[in-house]
Design a binder for this molecule. Structure first.
Ligand code: CA
Length: 515
Protein backbone atom coordinates (compact mmCIF):
# COMPACT_ATOMS: atom_id res chain seq x y z
CA UNK A 1 0.00 0.00 0.00
CA UNK A 2 2.80 2.31 1.01
CA UNK A 3 4.59 1.53 -2.23
CA UNK A 4 1.44 2.25 -4.23
CA UNK A 5 0.99 5.66 -2.56
CA UNK A 6 4.63 6.46 -3.23
CA UNK A 7 4.40 5.60 -6.89
CA UNK A 8 1.20 7.65 -7.18
CA UNK A 9 3.07 10.57 -5.66
CA UNK A 10 5.97 10.08 -8.04
CA UNK A 11 3.52 10.01 -10.94
CA UNK A 12 1.87 13.21 -9.75
CA UNK A 13 5.25 14.92 -9.50
CA UNK A 14 6.30 13.61 -12.90
CA UNK A 15 3.11 14.72 -14.57
CA UNK A 16 3.31 18.14 -12.91
CA UNK A 17 6.87 18.43 -14.24
CA UNK A 18 5.74 17.31 -17.64
CA UNK A 19 2.93 19.87 -17.65
CA UNK A 20 5.46 22.50 -16.67
CA UNK A 21 7.82 21.37 -19.40
CA UNK A 22 5.31 21.87 -22.17
CA UNK A 23 4.89 25.40 -20.85
CA UNK A 24 8.42 26.48 -20.01
CA UNK A 25 9.75 28.27 -23.09
CA UNK A 26 12.62 27.04 -25.19
CA UNK A 27 15.45 29.50 -25.73
CA UNK A 28 17.30 29.85 -29.02
CA UNK A 29 20.22 32.21 -28.60
CA UNK A 30 21.89 33.08 -31.91
CA UNK A 31 25.12 34.90 -31.24
CA UNK A 32 27.52 36.14 -33.89
CA UNK A 33 31.02 37.50 -33.52
CA UNK A 34 31.74 41.16 -34.24
CA UNK A 35 28.42 41.81 -36.01
CA UNK A 36 27.94 45.60 -36.02
CA UNK A 37 24.41 46.95 -35.61
CA UNK A 38 25.21 49.14 -38.65
CA UNK A 39 25.14 45.90 -40.66
CA UNK A 40 21.66 44.81 -39.56
CA UNK A 41 19.07 46.45 -41.80
CA UNK A 42 16.54 46.68 -38.94
CA UNK A 43 18.82 49.34 -37.42
CA UNK A 44 18.45 51.62 -40.47
CA UNK A 45 22.07 52.72 -40.84
CA UNK A 46 22.16 55.71 -43.22
CA UNK A 47 24.70 53.93 -45.44
CA UNK A 48 22.17 51.14 -46.05
CA UNK A 49 25.01 48.65 -46.16
CA UNK A 50 23.00 45.43 -46.36
CA UNK A 51 19.58 43.80 -46.22
CA UNK A 52 19.24 41.19 -43.44
CA UNK A 53 15.62 40.05 -43.87
CA UNK A 54 15.83 37.05 -41.57
CA UNK A 55 17.43 38.87 -38.66
CA UNK A 56 14.97 41.73 -39.24
CA UNK A 57 12.11 39.25 -39.00
CA UNK A 58 12.94 38.76 -35.29
CA UNK A 59 12.44 42.51 -34.83
CA UNK A 60 9.27 42.57 -36.92
CA UNK A 61 7.79 39.81 -34.78
CA UNK A 62 9.41 41.05 -31.57
CA UNK A 63 11.55 43.89 -30.26
CA UNK A 64 14.61 45.78 -31.53
CA UNK A 65 16.78 47.01 -28.67
CA UNK A 66 18.75 50.13 -29.57
CA UNK A 67 20.94 50.43 -26.50
CA UNK A 68 22.36 46.99 -25.76
CA UNK A 69 25.72 47.90 -24.18
CA UNK A 70 28.46 45.38 -23.47
CA UNK A 71 30.56 45.28 -20.29
CA UNK A 72 33.97 44.86 -22.01
CA UNK A 73 34.00 45.02 -25.79
CA UNK A 74 35.98 41.97 -26.88
CA UNK A 75 35.16 38.37 -27.63
CA UNK A 76 36.06 36.18 -24.63
CA UNK A 77 35.07 38.69 -21.94
CA UNK A 78 31.67 39.22 -23.56
CA UNK A 79 31.03 35.47 -23.69
CA UNK A 80 32.05 35.08 -20.05
CA UNK A 81 29.60 37.85 -19.14
CA UNK A 82 26.78 36.20 -21.12
CA UNK A 83 27.25 32.92 -19.24
CA UNK A 84 27.74 34.34 -15.75
CA UNK A 85 25.75 37.59 -15.69
CA UNK A 86 28.85 39.23 -14.23
CA UNK A 87 31.49 41.78 -15.17
CA UNK A 88 35.07 40.70 -15.97
CA UNK A 89 36.31 41.62 -12.49
CA UNK A 90 33.82 39.12 -11.03
CA UNK A 91 34.04 36.26 -13.55
CA UNK A 92 37.82 36.52 -13.97
CA UNK A 93 37.88 36.70 -17.78
CA UNK A 94 39.43 40.07 -18.64
CA UNK A 95 41.10 39.67 -22.00
CA UNK A 96 41.84 37.35 -24.90
CA UNK A 97 45.56 37.18 -24.16
CA UNK A 98 45.89 35.25 -20.91
CA UNK A 99 42.41 34.76 -19.40
CA UNK A 100 40.98 31.25 -19.04
CA UNK A 101 37.34 30.79 -18.11
CA UNK A 102 36.82 29.14 -14.73
CA UNK A 103 34.17 26.61 -15.71
CA UNK A 104 33.36 25.76 -12.09
CA UNK A 105 31.49 29.05 -11.62
CA UNK A 106 27.72 29.39 -11.65
CA UNK A 107 26.37 29.96 -15.17
CA UNK A 108 22.90 30.24 -16.64
CA UNK A 109 23.28 27.05 -18.76
CA UNK A 110 24.26 25.06 -15.63
CA UNK A 111 21.23 26.31 -13.70
CA UNK A 112 18.92 25.62 -16.65
CA UNK A 113 20.37 22.14 -17.02
CA UNK A 114 19.78 21.46 -13.32
CA UNK A 115 16.18 22.68 -13.77
CA UNK A 116 15.52 20.11 -16.50
CA UNK A 117 16.48 22.02 -19.65
CA UNK A 118 18.50 20.36 -22.38
CA UNK A 119 21.44 22.59 -23.15
CA UNK A 120 23.77 22.85 -26.13
CA UNK A 121 26.43 25.25 -27.39
CA UNK A 122 27.48 25.00 -31.01
CA UNK A 123 30.08 27.14 -32.80
CA UNK A 124 32.44 29.76 -31.43
CA UNK A 125 33.28 29.41 -27.73
CA UNK A 126 36.68 31.07 -27.28
CA UNK A 127 36.89 30.72 -23.51
CA UNK A 128 39.98 28.42 -23.51
CA UNK A 129 38.61 25.91 -20.96
CA UNK A 130 36.06 23.27 -22.09
CA UNK A 131 32.36 24.18 -21.88
CA UNK A 132 30.52 23.17 -18.69
CA UNK A 133 26.76 23.06 -18.14
CA UNK A 134 25.98 21.72 -21.61
CA UNK A 135 24.53 18.32 -22.54
CA UNK A 136 26.08 18.77 -25.96
CA UNK A 137 28.85 20.98 -27.21
CA UNK A 138 30.53 21.31 -30.56
CA UNK A 139 32.94 24.20 -30.70
CA UNK A 140 35.63 25.71 -32.87
CA UNK A 141 39.10 25.46 -31.34
CA UNK A 142 40.17 29.01 -30.43
CA UNK A 143 39.07 31.49 -33.08
CA UNK A 144 38.28 28.76 -35.60
CA UNK A 145 38.64 29.16 -39.36
CA UNK A 146 36.08 29.92 -42.08
CA UNK A 147 36.83 27.09 -44.50
CA UNK A 148 36.74 23.38 -43.60
CA UNK A 149 37.03 24.13 -39.88
CA UNK A 150 38.12 21.46 -37.43
CA UNK A 151 35.75 21.34 -34.45
CA UNK A 152 35.66 19.72 -31.02
CA UNK A 153 32.53 17.72 -30.25
CA UNK A 154 32.07 16.82 -26.59
CA UNK A 155 35.87 16.72 -26.23
CA UNK A 156 36.63 14.87 -29.44
CA UNK A 157 38.29 16.60 -32.40
CA UNK A 158 36.32 16.22 -35.65
CA UNK A 159 36.89 17.29 -39.26
CA UNK A 160 34.37 19.06 -41.41
CA UNK A 161 34.24 20.26 -44.97
CA UNK A 162 32.46 23.39 -46.04
CA UNK A 163 31.82 26.91 -44.80
CA UNK A 164 31.85 27.55 -41.08
CA UNK A 165 28.51 29.38 -40.79
CA UNK A 166 26.71 26.58 -42.67
CA UNK A 167 28.42 23.90 -40.58
CA UNK A 168 27.41 25.58 -37.31
CA UNK A 169 23.83 25.92 -38.59
CA UNK A 170 23.67 22.28 -39.76
CA UNK A 171 24.98 21.05 -36.41
CA UNK A 172 22.48 23.25 -34.54
CA UNK A 173 19.52 21.97 -36.57
CA UNK A 174 20.78 18.41 -36.22
CA UNK A 175 20.89 18.77 -32.44
CA UNK A 176 17.38 20.22 -32.42
CA UNK A 177 16.09 17.28 -34.47
CA UNK A 178 17.69 14.73 -32.17
CA UNK A 179 16.78 16.39 -28.87
CA UNK A 180 14.55 14.84 -26.20
CA UNK A 181 11.20 16.36 -27.17
CA UNK A 182 9.77 15.99 -23.66
CA UNK A 183 12.12 18.64 -22.28
CA UNK A 184 12.52 22.37 -22.92
CA UNK A 185 15.87 23.44 -24.36
CA UNK A 186 18.51 26.14 -24.49
CA UNK A 187 20.41 26.24 -27.78
CA UNK A 188 23.34 28.62 -28.05
CA UNK A 189 24.17 28.82 -31.77
CA UNK A 190 27.33 30.91 -31.90
CA UNK A 191 28.81 31.97 -35.20
CA UNK A 192 32.42 32.77 -35.98
CA UNK A 193 31.28 35.20 -38.66
CA UNK A 194 31.69 38.04 -39.37
CA UNK A 195 34.96 38.07 -37.39
CA UNK A 196 38.24 39.04 -39.02
CA UNK A 197 39.59 38.04 -41.53
CA UNK A 198 36.05 38.33 -43.00
CA UNK A 199 36.10 35.44 -45.46
CA UNK A 200 32.70 35.09 -47.19
CA UNK A 201 31.14 31.88 -48.48
CA UNK A 202 31.85 31.19 -52.16
CA UNK A 203 28.19 31.82 -52.99
CA UNK A 204 28.47 35.32 -51.55
CA UNK A 205 31.52 36.47 -53.50
CA UNK A 206 30.33 39.41 -55.53
CA UNK A 207 27.07 39.54 -53.54
CA UNK A 208 27.10 43.32 -53.87
CA UNK A 209 27.76 43.37 -57.63
CA UNK A 210 30.76 45.66 -57.09
CA UNK A 211 28.61 48.30 -55.48
CA UNK A 212 30.41 51.34 -54.12
CA UNK A 213 29.60 51.77 -50.44
CA UNK A 214 29.20 55.22 -48.90
CA UNK A 215 32.10 56.00 -46.62
CA UNK A 216 31.38 56.90 -43.01
CA UNK A 217 31.81 60.63 -42.41
CA UNK A 218 34.63 59.87 -39.94
CA UNK A 219 36.73 57.55 -42.16
CA UNK A 220 39.55 60.12 -42.22
CA UNK A 221 39.30 61.14 -38.58
CA UNK A 222 42.51 62.89 -37.44
CA UNK A 223 41.65 62.32 -33.73
CA UNK A 224 41.97 66.01 -32.88
CA UNK A 225 39.73 67.03 -30.02
CA UNK A 226 40.64 63.85 -28.14
CA UNK A 227 43.65 62.46 -26.31
CA UNK A 228 46.63 60.22 -26.86
CA UNK A 229 44.64 56.96 -26.60
CA UNK A 230 42.65 57.75 -29.73
CA UNK A 231 45.72 58.89 -31.65
CA UNK A 232 48.01 56.10 -30.52
CA UNK A 233 45.87 53.03 -31.30
CA UNK A 234 46.76 50.47 -33.95
CA UNK A 235 43.47 49.51 -35.58
CA UNK A 236 43.09 51.64 -38.67
CA UNK A 237 42.10 50.65 -42.17
CA UNK A 238 44.89 52.98 -43.36
CA UNK A 239 47.76 51.41 -41.40
CA UNK A 240 46.83 48.24 -39.52
CA UNK A 241 44.86 46.16 -41.99
CA UNK A 242 46.88 43.29 -43.52
CA UNK A 243 47.19 41.73 -47.01
CA UNK A 244 45.40 38.68 -45.56
CA UNK A 245 42.50 40.89 -44.40
CA UNK A 246 42.37 42.31 -47.93
CA UNK A 247 42.41 38.86 -49.65
CA UNK A 248 45.70 39.65 -51.35
CA UNK A 249 47.20 36.36 -50.10
CA UNK A 250 45.63 32.87 -50.26
CA UNK A 251 43.67 31.15 -47.48
CA UNK A 252 45.55 27.98 -46.52
CA UNK A 253 42.47 26.01 -45.38
CA UNK A 254 40.67 26.02 -48.72
CA UNK A 255 40.49 22.93 -50.95
CA UNK A 256 41.78 23.33 -54.55
CA UNK A 257 38.15 23.51 -55.79
CA UNK A 258 37.26 26.20 -53.28
CA UNK A 259 40.45 28.07 -54.11
CA UNK A 260 39.61 28.07 -57.80
CA UNK A 261 36.24 29.71 -57.28
CA UNK A 262 37.76 32.13 -54.75
CA UNK A 263 40.49 33.20 -57.18
CA UNK A 264 37.98 33.60 -60.00
CA UNK A 265 36.41 36.39 -57.97
CA UNK A 266 39.41 38.02 -56.28
CA UNK A 267 42.06 37.38 -58.95
CA UNK A 268 41.06 39.97 -61.57
CA UNK A 269 40.08 42.52 -58.93
CA UNK A 270 43.43 42.13 -57.16
CA UNK A 271 45.26 42.53 -60.46
CA UNK A 272 43.41 45.77 -61.17
CA UNK A 273 44.21 46.97 -57.66
CA UNK A 274 47.92 46.26 -58.05
CA UNK A 275 48.05 48.06 -61.39
CA UNK A 276 46.31 51.12 -59.95
CA UNK A 277 49.17 51.56 -57.44
CA UNK A 278 46.99 53.53 -55.04
CA UNK A 279 48.38 55.56 -52.14
CA UNK A 280 47.09 57.75 -49.33
CA UNK A 281 43.37 58.34 -49.10
CA UNK A 282 42.68 56.48 -52.33
CA UNK A 283 44.30 53.38 -50.88
CA UNK A 284 42.28 53.66 -47.66
CA UNK A 285 39.09 54.09 -49.69
CA UNK A 286 39.87 50.99 -51.75
CA UNK A 287 40.53 49.01 -48.60
CA UNK A 288 37.26 50.22 -47.08
CA UNK A 289 35.36 48.95 -50.15
CA UNK A 290 37.08 45.55 -50.01
CA UNK A 291 36.46 45.35 -46.24
CA UNK A 292 32.75 46.07 -46.72
CA UNK A 293 32.36 43.50 -49.50
CA UNK A 294 33.97 40.80 -47.39
CA UNK A 295 32.48 41.66 -44.01
CA UNK A 296 28.96 42.03 -45.39
CA UNK A 297 29.36 38.83 -47.40
CA UNK A 298 29.99 37.02 -44.10
CA UNK A 299 26.90 38.69 -42.62
CA UNK A 300 24.80 37.36 -45.51
CA UNK A 301 25.55 33.77 -44.49
CA UNK A 302 24.67 34.56 -40.88
CA UNK A 303 21.36 36.02 -42.00
CA UNK A 304 20.62 32.88 -44.02
CA UNK A 305 21.44 30.80 -40.96
CA UNK A 306 18.91 32.76 -38.90
CA UNK A 307 16.33 32.12 -41.64
CA UNK A 308 16.95 28.38 -41.49
CA UNK A 309 16.58 28.26 -37.71
CA UNK A 310 13.36 30.33 -37.79
CA UNK A 311 11.97 28.05 -40.50
CA UNK A 312 12.74 24.97 -38.42
CA UNK A 313 10.88 26.47 -35.45
CA UNK A 314 7.91 27.27 -37.73
CA UNK A 315 7.85 23.84 -39.37
CA UNK A 316 8.02 22.03 -36.03
CA UNK A 317 5.35 24.17 -34.39
CA UNK A 318 7.91 25.44 -31.87
CA UNK A 319 7.78 29.16 -32.67
CA UNK A 320 4.98 29.96 -30.20
CA UNK A 321 6.86 28.58 -27.21
CA UNK A 322 10.41 29.55 -28.13
CA UNK A 323 12.24 32.75 -27.30
CA UNK A 324 14.54 33.72 -30.16
CA UNK A 325 17.38 36.11 -29.43
CA UNK A 326 19.83 37.49 -31.97
CA UNK A 327 22.87 39.36 -30.73
CA UNK A 328 26.64 39.65 -31.12
CA UNK A 329 29.47 39.64 -28.61
CA UNK A 330 30.02 43.38 -29.17
CA UNK A 331 29.71 46.05 -31.79
CA UNK A 332 32.31 46.78 -34.47
CA UNK A 333 33.73 49.72 -36.37
CA UNK A 334 32.89 49.67 -40.05
CA UNK A 335 35.31 52.44 -40.96
CA UNK A 336 34.06 54.95 -38.37
CA UNK A 337 37.09 56.88 -36.99
CA UNK A 338 39.08 55.10 -39.70
CA UNK A 339 38.84 51.87 -37.72
CA UNK A 340 37.94 48.23 -37.91
CA UNK A 341 37.81 46.17 -34.65
CA UNK A 342 36.10 47.10 -31.36
CA UNK A 343 37.37 47.56 -27.72
CA UNK A 344 36.37 51.20 -27.18
CA UNK A 345 33.61 52.69 -25.07
CA UNK A 346 32.52 54.51 -28.26
CA UNK A 347 29.10 53.69 -29.68
CA UNK A 348 29.96 51.45 -32.64
CA UNK A 349 31.97 49.13 -30.40
CA UNK A 350 29.99 49.44 -27.16
CA UNK A 351 26.59 48.70 -28.68
CA UNK A 352 25.71 45.20 -29.81
CA UNK A 353 22.69 44.42 -31.99
CA UNK A 354 19.91 42.81 -29.97
CA UNK A 355 16.63 41.56 -31.40
CA UNK A 356 14.26 39.42 -29.36
CA UNK A 357 11.08 37.55 -30.23
CA UNK A 358 9.35 36.29 -27.11
CA UNK A 359 5.76 35.37 -27.94
CA UNK A 360 3.40 36.72 -25.30
CA UNK A 361 6.00 39.19 -24.01
CA UNK A 362 7.43 41.24 -26.90
CA UNK A 363 5.04 43.33 -28.96
CA UNK A 364 5.64 42.77 -32.68
CA UNK A 365 7.53 45.61 -34.31
CA UNK A 366 8.41 47.32 -31.03
CA UNK A 367 11.72 49.00 -30.16
CA UNK A 368 13.31 50.59 -27.13
CA UNK A 369 16.16 52.84 -26.06
CA UNK A 370 16.21 51.46 -22.51
CA UNK A 371 19.77 50.50 -21.57
CA UNK A 372 20.17 46.73 -21.51
CA UNK A 373 23.35 44.70 -21.63
CA UNK A 374 24.94 41.32 -22.27
CA UNK A 375 25.11 41.39 -18.47
CA UNK A 376 21.32 40.77 -18.47
CA UNK A 377 21.19 37.75 -20.78
CA UNK A 378 21.82 35.04 -18.14
CA UNK A 379 19.23 36.57 -15.80
CA UNK A 380 16.69 36.76 -18.63
CA UNK A 381 17.17 33.10 -19.57
CA UNK A 382 16.68 32.08 -15.93
CA UNK A 383 13.63 34.28 -15.46
CA UNK A 384 12.05 32.87 -18.63
CA UNK A 385 12.55 29.34 -17.29
CA UNK A 386 11.20 30.21 -13.84
CA UNK A 387 14.61 29.59 -12.24
CA UNK A 388 15.59 31.98 -9.43
CA UNK A 389 18.41 34.37 -10.36
CA UNK A 390 21.40 33.98 -8.01
CA UNK A 391 22.24 37.11 -6.01
CA UNK A 392 25.82 37.11 -7.28
CA UNK A 393 24.67 37.89 -10.84
CA UNK A 394 25.02 41.61 -11.57
CA UNK A 395 22.41 42.16 -14.31
CA UNK A 396 18.63 41.92 -14.35
CA UNK A 397 16.03 40.04 -16.33
CA UNK A 398 15.03 42.11 -19.37
CA UNK A 399 11.45 40.76 -19.30
CA UNK A 400 9.87 44.11 -18.33
CA UNK A 401 11.89 46.01 -20.92
CA UNK A 402 10.97 43.45 -23.56
CA UNK A 403 7.31 43.79 -22.67
CA UNK A 404 7.55 47.57 -23.07
CA UNK A 405 7.00 48.08 -19.34
CA UNK A 406 10.43 48.39 -17.70
CA UNK A 407 10.50 48.43 -13.89
CA UNK A 408 10.45 51.96 -12.46
CA UNK A 409 13.99 51.50 -11.15
CA UNK A 410 15.44 50.19 -14.42
CA UNK A 411 19.03 51.42 -14.98
CA UNK A 412 19.60 54.83 -16.56
CA UNK A 413 23.38 54.57 -16.51
CA UNK A 414 25.88 51.86 -17.33
CA UNK A 415 29.44 50.97 -16.35
CA UNK A 416 32.04 49.91 -18.92
CA UNK A 417 35.63 48.70 -18.51
CA UNK A 418 38.24 47.54 -21.03
CA UNK A 419 41.62 46.04 -20.09
CA UNK A 420 43.58 44.35 -22.89
CA UNK A 421 46.77 46.31 -23.65
CA UNK A 422 49.06 46.88 -25.50
CA UNK A 423 48.49 44.01 -27.91
CA UNK A 424 46.87 43.37 -30.20
CA UNK A 425 45.60 46.88 -31.11
CA UNK A 426 47.20 49.20 -28.61
CA UNK A 427 43.92 50.45 -27.18
CA UNK A 428 44.56 51.84 -23.71
CA UNK A 429 42.66 50.50 -20.71
CA UNK A 430 39.69 52.64 -19.84
CA UNK A 431 36.49 52.67 -17.87
CA UNK A 432 33.53 54.95 -17.82
CA UNK A 433 29.93 55.79 -17.09
CA UNK A 434 27.37 56.03 -19.85
CA UNK A 435 23.94 57.65 -19.75
CA UNK A 436 21.42 58.26 -22.51
CA UNK A 437 23.27 61.45 -23.46
CA UNK A 438 26.76 61.49 -21.95
CA UNK A 439 29.89 59.41 -21.54
CA UNK A 440 32.59 60.06 -18.98
CA UNK A 441 35.71 58.09 -19.87
CA UNK A 442 38.79 57.52 -17.73
CA UNK A 443 41.94 56.23 -19.42
CA UNK A 444 44.27 54.65 -16.88
CA UNK A 445 47.15 52.32 -16.18
CA UNK A 446 49.74 53.57 -18.68
CA UNK A 447 51.16 56.56 -16.82
CA UNK A 448 49.33 58.90 -19.19
CA UNK A 449 45.93 58.89 -17.51
CA UNK A 450 43.29 61.36 -18.59
CA UNK A 451 39.54 61.91 -18.67
CA UNK A 452 37.16 62.66 -21.52
CA UNK A 453 33.53 63.68 -21.67
CA UNK A 454 31.28 63.26 -24.69
CA UNK A 455 27.91 64.85 -25.32
CA UNK A 456 26.18 62.48 -27.75
CA UNK A 457 23.32 64.85 -28.40
CA UNK A 458 25.64 67.55 -29.77
CA UNK A 459 28.36 65.21 -30.99
CA UNK A 460 26.81 61.88 -32.02
CA UNK A 461 30.04 60.68 -33.69
CA UNK A 462 32.09 61.30 -30.53
CA UNK A 463 34.66 63.52 -32.19
CA UNK A 464 35.33 66.05 -29.44
CA UNK A 465 35.80 65.69 -25.71
CA UNK A 466 34.16 68.53 -23.79
CA UNK A 467 35.88 67.60 -20.56
CA UNK A 468 36.95 70.68 -18.61
CA UNK A 469 34.70 73.09 -20.50
CA UNK A 470 32.94 75.40 -18.00
CA UNK A 471 29.45 74.80 -19.45
CA UNK A 472 29.81 71.09 -18.70
CA UNK A 473 31.06 71.49 -15.12
CA UNK A 474 27.75 70.44 -13.56
CA UNK A 475 27.38 67.45 -15.91
CA UNK A 476 30.94 66.41 -15.20
CA UNK A 477 30.34 66.50 -11.46
CA UNK A 478 27.17 64.46 -11.79
CA UNK A 479 28.83 61.86 -13.98
CA UNK A 480 31.82 61.57 -11.68
CA UNK A 481 29.46 60.85 -8.81
CA UNK A 482 27.59 58.33 -10.94
CA UNK A 483 30.81 56.62 -11.96
CA UNK A 484 31.85 56.28 -8.31
CA UNK A 485 28.42 54.95 -7.40
CA UNK A 486 28.52 52.35 -10.17
CA UNK A 487 32.03 51.20 -9.29
CA UNK A 488 30.98 50.80 -5.67
CA UNK A 489 27.74 49.01 -6.47
CA UNK A 490 29.49 46.62 -8.87
CA UNK A 491 32.38 46.10 -6.45
CA UNK A 492 35.05 47.12 -8.94
CA UNK A 493 38.42 46.90 -7.18
CA UNK A 494 40.30 50.17 -6.72
CA UNK A 495 43.35 48.61 -8.36
CA UNK A 496 43.14 46.00 -11.13
CA UNK A 497 44.23 42.44 -10.45
CA UNK A 498 47.72 41.81 -11.93
CA UNK A 499 46.47 39.52 -14.74
CA UNK A 500 43.94 41.97 -16.15
CA UNK A 501 45.91 43.68 -18.95
CA UNK A 502 47.05 40.43 -20.49
CA UNK A 503 50.33 41.91 -21.62
CA UNK A 504 51.72 44.90 -19.90
CA UNK A 505 53.39 47.90 -21.42
CA UNK A 506 57.06 47.13 -21.68
CA UNK A 507 56.72 43.34 -21.76
CA UNK A 508 57.57 43.41 -25.45
CA UNK A 509 53.91 42.72 -26.12
CA UNK A 510 54.80 39.45 -27.92
CA UNK A 511 52.38 39.49 -30.89
CA UNK A 512 49.32 37.73 -29.54
CA UNK A 513 46.61 36.34 -31.80
CA UNK A 514 44.48 39.28 -32.84
CA UNK A 515 40.99 38.85 -31.54
CA1 CA B 1 34.02 39.41 -31.01
Amino acid sequence: MKKFVLSLCALAVASALHAADTKRPNIVFIFSDDHAFQAVSAYNDPRKLIETPNIDRIAEEGMRLDRCLVTNSICGPSRATVLTGKYSHKNGFYNNSNSKFDGTQVTAPKLLQAAGYQTAVIGKWHLISDPTGFDFWQILPGQGVYYNPPMIRNGERIKSEGYVTDIITDASLDWLKKRDKTKPFLLMCQHKAPHREWEPALRHLGHDKDRKYDEPTTLFDDYSGRGIAERDQDMTIAKTITPKDMKLVPIPQQTPEQRKEWDAYYGPRNEAFKKANLTGRELTSWRYQRYMHDYLGCVKAVDESVGRVLKYLDDEGLAENTIVIYSADQGFFLGEHGWFDKRWIFEESLRAPLLVRWPGVTKPGSSTRDIVSNLDFAETFLDAAGVPVPKEMQGRSMRGVLAGTPPADWRTSFYYQYYEYPQPHHVRPHYGAITDRYKLVQFYGTGEDYTELFDLEKDPHEMKSVFGQPEYAATEKELRAELSRLRKELEVPEKDAPETFGNKPGDGGGKKAAK
